[in-house]
Design a protein around this ligand. Structure first.
Ligand code: ADP
Ligand code: MG
Length: 313
């Protein structure tokens, strides 16, 4: 069976600001798992990853609000909590879809660590904002007492920033492979994986950092030798000159074209499409053959090459 790694974006888990409850998130996940179930019915083995940015934000906020009474939740544990909760939502939805379709397959979520290097340059200049805004006094106290990196955000207040290091190794890779080989659909590297660092003896410990979920998904796809990397996001296709009058929605790119457009700049926005395109380049340059970027409702049509943006090696 061919293997697809599908990275599902934040839009599949939270529709908008008015739909953030756990129930709303469950409904949203179900609207995406339908299409993943169709992929499985069409004969694909599937490993699923997902974003977790807003959900980590919610846990941190709860943690802050109750800090007078309860212990705070460290960032790596927030990652583990969201992998569990979102994995639960996805695996229950998908298993229900399978039952309705008469597919006899199990779904399992793996709490997944991803190793990063303590020497990654990202640790020298943390830039990813995390958690709520703070007063300057609180920011200075957190910096001095807890070792946080904090920055002033254009007059809006102070925020904690953490590093976004490059994913190097999926720690639970062997378990993922065993489950896939047994025909199980696996949910893994949720939120880009829990970042961990190895000491000189190889012992792992959690890092207060976040890993880009698209880069982690690309690493997973290449470590699994996947036939296809699917990035499921909020747009049906990728555009050149996105958001300008010259915008052009693209059916396909070669990896060389993507590299040229990334270098040229102005096509794929930083913080959204640019990291996805870099992830696709990484996958295709480490043995992957093809990648697809589209939105959940277009997935089946895109698999028939009727829409979506396909990128080939
Ligand atoms: P996800 O939660 O799936 O990671 P992001 O918001 O990070 O989603 O990235 C998807 C968004 O990227 C799209 O909704 C779109 O607004 C934006 N985007 C930026 N550049 C482009 C582009 N060149 N083509 C299409 N979409 C783009
Ligand atoms: Mg994103």
């Amino acid at each position: 069976m061919p293997l697809a790694v599908i990275a599902i974006g934040g839009n599949s888990l939270i529709l908008d600001d008015a739909h953030q409850s756990v129930e709303d998130q469950y409904e949203a996940a179900g609207a995406t798992t339908d299409h993943i179930a169709s992929l499985v019915r069409a004969g694909w083995d599937v490993a699923i990853s997902h974003g977790n940015g807003p959900q980590v934000g919610f846990i941190l906020r709860r943690s802050e609000l109750s800090a007078h009474e309860l212990h705070e939740v460290p960032l790596d544990v927030c990652g583990a909590d969201t992998q569990g909760a979102l994995g639960y939502s996805l695996q229950q939805n998908l298993a229900n879809d399978f039952r309705e379709m008469g597919i006899t397959k199990s779904v399992a979520t793996i709490v997944t660590q991803v190793e990063v290097s303590k020497d990654d340059p990202a640790f020298a200049s943390p830039s990813k904002p995390i958690g709520s805004f703070m007063s300057e006094a609180d920011a200075m106290r957190r910096r001095d007492e807890d070792g946080w990196d904090v920055v002033e955000d254009a007059g809006r207040g102070w925020r904690r920033v953490v590093a976004s290091p490059a994913p190097m190794r999926v720690v639970e890779l062997d378990a993922v492979k065993l489950l896939l080989a047994a025909g199980v659909v696996v949910i893994t590297v949720g939120g880009g994986g829990i970042p961990v660092i190895a000491d000189e003896n190889g012992n792992l410990s959690g890092a207060a950092a976040v890993i880009d979920k698209d880069l982690a998904s690309a690493l997973l796809a290449s470590e699994l030798g996947a036939d296809l990397l699917i990035i499921s996001t909020a747009v049906e296709k990728v555009a050149l000159n996105f958001g300008t009058p010259e915008e052009r929605w693209m059916d396909e790119f070669t990896v060389d074209e993507v590299k040229r457009y990334l270098a040229e700049g102005g096509h794929f926005k930083e913080g959204s499409m640019a990291p996805k395109m870099r992830a696709v380049v990484q996958f295709l340059e480490s043995g992957g053959k093809q990648a697809l970027i589209t939105d959940p409702p277009s997935l089946e049509r895109a698999m028939r090459r009727e829409t979506g943006t396909w990128i080939t090696a």
